[in-house]
Design a protein around this ligand. Structure first.
Ligand code: NAD
Length: 498
């Protein structure tokens, strides 16, 4: 079974990369300048493709086409049932290519193939289906203001939405944004990250094959220049962004300095994973903590990067964590046995090592130091690390870590755990492991985080809103609530003669 799937993956690798062009007005196109960006695979540092290096002029073209499609009501004018059919057909087409897309993702940014297929691509499919199914189940409101006066309160699309993505999970984060933005009736200009565009390009191409009308969904590839041009564009009505806080700030500034477009930001995190001695199953807690922390090489916004362990079990639980982390398999992300693939690019790997050195100078001790572990091949690999007795005020415990380094902190009381968990500028996720229901609810109410898992909770699901508090951003992806940020309410008040 495993061998036959592995063979399929190897066969997939031999296929050409499906799409390496931007998609504007239903056509594959290069940048107007003719310039391209190299796509380097983190597996071996070799160039596997080149994508258009789109700039402001290309963004202008894409936004103008998206606006034309919107004004012509090519999409919002379709019946909800028709739009549902397109979205469901699109999801089926993505599902038919799931393994190929997962392998493309592994080659492009290094996500282990199991995760790429089971989480990333399947979640993208699930999200497109979920919003497709919602398309003909959304109703507006009526208010009866007088015997002869009725008001219709209707959800109205904003117009042109710019969606800017990070590289760590482009298919699923893309689908969380495209699904609700399209269901609301908007046109969308998608700007994938320069380190992970290939899967987005193919997925959008499949939307066109499923009958998405020309211009409704555009893709501009490129780096910060394309993103900045979209954020500053006066004819874009909304930017939905997932990425770093630094770029989030620039996007807010660009919105304020241009047309006051709406902005929603899904930014970084520093999630606390609070483990009490009375956890129902400490072995399961250790398994899930390690899997969640090091999945995708720790390059997950919600990853539980701070492990807060009650002092009574600190040493024994940390030992279990180190044991499990040491047992993870590092290797080619296209191998089904791999737990950790390479870091997304060489610069990021260099930066991680530099920051680990800085942490060491600040007094951090590594119970497991990935820098000393032999890693395969010539790619940008880095084995996982576990830092212990971490000072809650240190840079390692305070700054977002988007890499495979876990910090272990300890606490005695419930209130101490809450103070530590809330003691950063982020507020994205948190986990609690305890059998004491009174404590669990007391803590959950006080944690400043958008997503709190108790005793394992669940992995990410499209049914629940997702987003953060504080500097983790604002606005929610996923669930029906996500549609709110891509639409607004309009009153139409009707007075009849009698
Ligand atoms: P990034 O902020 O560097 O880049 C994100 C995107 O913004 C890319 O497409 C990039 O080209 C574009 N961009 C760069 N400069 C821009 C500018 N001035 N204006 C507009 N766009 C610009 O982030 P990244 O390195 O791709 O991703 C990692 C970050 O994303 C981490 O901070 C991580 O926590 C965050 N993230 C958050 C979530 C979440 O849901 N909260 C999910 C995944 C990743």
């Amino acid at each position: 079974m495993l061998e036959s799937k592995q063979r399929q993956i190897t066969d997939t690798e031999k296929l050409p990369i499906p799409t390496v062009q931007a998609i504007i007005d239903g056509k594959l196109t290069g940048a107007l300048s003719g310039k391209t960006l190299e796509v380097v695979s983190p597996i071996d540092g070799k160039m596997i493709a080149a994508i258009p290096d789109c700039e402001a002029a290309d963004v202008d073209r894409a936004v103008a086409g998206a606006r034309r499609a919107f004004e012509a009501r090519r999409w919002q004018g379709m019946s909800p049932k028709q739009r549902k059919r397109v979205l469901l057909d699109w999801a089926d087409r993505v599902a038919a290519e799931a393994l190929r897309l997962a392998a493309l993702e592994s080659r492009d940014m290094g996500m282990p193939i199991r995760l790429a297929e089971e989480l990333e691509i399947n979640f993208a499919i699930d999200s497109l289906r979920w919003y497709g199914e919602a398309a003909d189940k959304l109703y507006d409101e009526l208010a009866h203001l007088d015997d002869n006066v009725t008001a219709m309160i209707s959800r109205t699309p904003l117009g042109v939405v710019g969606a800017i993505l990070p590289w760590n999970a482009p298919a699923m984060i893309g689908a969380w944004k495209l699904g609700p933005a399209l269901v609301a009736g908007n046109s969308v200009v998608l700007k994938p990250a320069e380190d992970a565009s290939l899967v987005c390009l193919r997925i959008v191409e499949l939307a066109l094959e499923a009958g998405m009308p020309e211009g409704v969904l555009q893709v501009v590839t490129g780096d910060h220049k394309a993103g900045a041009a979209l954020a500053a564009h006066r004819d874009v009505d909304c930017i939905t962004f997932t990425g770093s806080g630094e770029v989030g700030r620039q996007i807010m500034t660009a919105a304020a300095n241009s047309n006051l477009k709406r902005v929603s930001l899904e930014l970084g995190g520093k999630s606390a994973n609070i483990v009490f001695a009375d956890a129902p199953d400490l072995a399961m807690a250790a398994d899930i903590s390690v899997g969640f922390m090091f999945g995708n090489q720790g390059q997950v916004c919600e990853a539980p990067t701070r492990l807060l362990v009650q002092r009574a079990i600190r040493d024994s639980f940390t030992e279990e964590i180190v044991k499990r982390t040491r047992a993870l398999t590092i290797g080619n992300p296209l191998d089904l046995r791999t737990d950790l693939g390479p870091i997304v690019n060489a610069a990021q790997r260099t930066q991680i090592v530099a920051r680990m050195e800085r942490a060491e100078k600040e007094g951090v001790r590594f119970a497991l130091d990935g820098r000393g572990t032999e890693v395969p091949g010539t790619g940008f690999y880095l084995a996982p690390s576990v830092a212990v007795d971490v000072d809650p005020k240190s840079s390692l415990a305070q700054e977002e870590i988007f890499w495979p380094v876990l910090s272990v902190l300890s606490f005695d009381s419930v209130d101490e755990a809450i103070a530590l968990a809330n003691g950063t500028r982020y507020g994205l996720g948190a986990s609690i492991w305890s059998n004491n229901l009174d404590n669990v609810f007391y803590i959950a109410k006080r944690l400043v985080a958008g997503n709190i898992n108790i005793n394992g909770g669940t992995g990410p699901v499209v049914e629940l809103p997702f987003g953060g508090f504080k500097e983790s951003g604002f606005g929610r992806d996923r669930s029906l609530h996500a549609i709110d940020k891509y639409s607004d309410l309009k009153n139409v008040i009707i007075r009849t003669a009698r």
